[in-house]
Ligand binder design. Sequence first.
Ligand code: SAM
Length: 106
Amino acid sequence: MKKSNIEKKESHFFWNGRAGFGQAAGSRDLIAKELEIEAISKYIFDGMRVLDAGCGNGITAIEIAKKYNVNIVGFDFSEEMIKAAKALSSSTKLKGTIDYHVIDIT
Ligand SMILES: C[S@@+](CC[C@H](N)C(=O)[O-])C[C@H]1O[C@@H](n2cnc3c(N)ncnc32)[C@H](O)[C@@H]1O
């Protein structure tokens, strides 16, 4: 197996394993995450279409769709992250919409 395929398999396994970690699934640094969402939010306006590449369990997309009436497409190569994102979104009241897909950006 090529080295790049082995690395991809390991990282896919790693991210699938973190999908159940809730707010900490994408990063354990929750303060950095909050600052990141705050910084991104400055560039978002109602009516926008937003692409979240590597959306993880959707926490960033969800925070944005809670504040703005936007159409977000989120994708991630981890099926478990996308499952978690769909579950989290369905239990949250959103102004906008989010569609999730399992896609590998490579
Ligand atoms: C650091 S986490 C960030 C997750 C999310 N954006 C957040 O803010 O919580 C990186 C995400 O990228 C995804 N990812 C890594 N490589 C990918 C690839 N080749 N294609 C799609 N998603 C990928 C992982 O599964 C993981 O969910």
